[in-house]
Design a protein around this ligand. Structure first.
Ligand SMILES: Nc1nc2c(ncn2[C@@H]2O[C@H](COP(=O)(O)OP(=O)(O)O)[C@@H](O)[C@H]2O)c(=O)[nH]1
Ligand SMILES: [Mg+2]
Length: 80
C-alpha cells in the first residue's frame, strides 16, 4: 500500500500515425480540453497529470510523440 507522502511518478509514451488523435486524447486527459483544430506535434510534447487519492499520489508524465518521421530529430518541443 502506498502512503500519501510517497511521491511516485509514471512515464507513458503515446505513439501512432499522424492524425490518429494522440494529441487530442492526451490534452483531453490532462487538461479536459478538446479542439477540433489541432497543430501537428513537432518532436515530442510533455504533458503532466497528477493523480491524488487519499492514500495514493502519482505524477503521470505523458510523452506525446510525433507521428511524422521528419520531426524525430527535434526532441522535446514543449512542456506543460
Ligand atoms: N470527432 C473527433 N475528432 C477527433 C477525435 N480525436 C481527434 N480528433 C480530430 O482528429 C484530428 C487529428 O487529431 P490530433 O490529436 O492532432 O492527432 P495526432 O496527429 O495523432 O496528434 C484533429 O482535427 C482532431 O480534432 C475524436 O475523438 N473525435
Ligand atoms: Mg499530435
Amino acid at each position: 500500500m502506498l502512503r500519501a507522502d510517497d511521491d511516485k511518478s509514471l512515464e507513458i509514451a503515446v505513439f501512432g500515425d499522424t492524425e490518429a488523435g494522440k494529441t487530442s486524447f492526451v490534452t483531453r486527459y490532462c487538461k479536459n480540453i478538446f479542439r477540433e483544430e489541432t497543430e501537428t506535434t513537432m518532436g515530442i510534447a510533455l504533458h503532466l497529470r497528477d493523480i491524488c487519492r487519499e492514500n495514493f499520489k502519482c505524477r503521470l508524465k505523458i510523452w506525446d510523440v510525433t507521428g511524422l518521421e521528419r520531426f524525430f530529430h527535434l526532441g522535446v518541443t514543449s512542456a506543460t
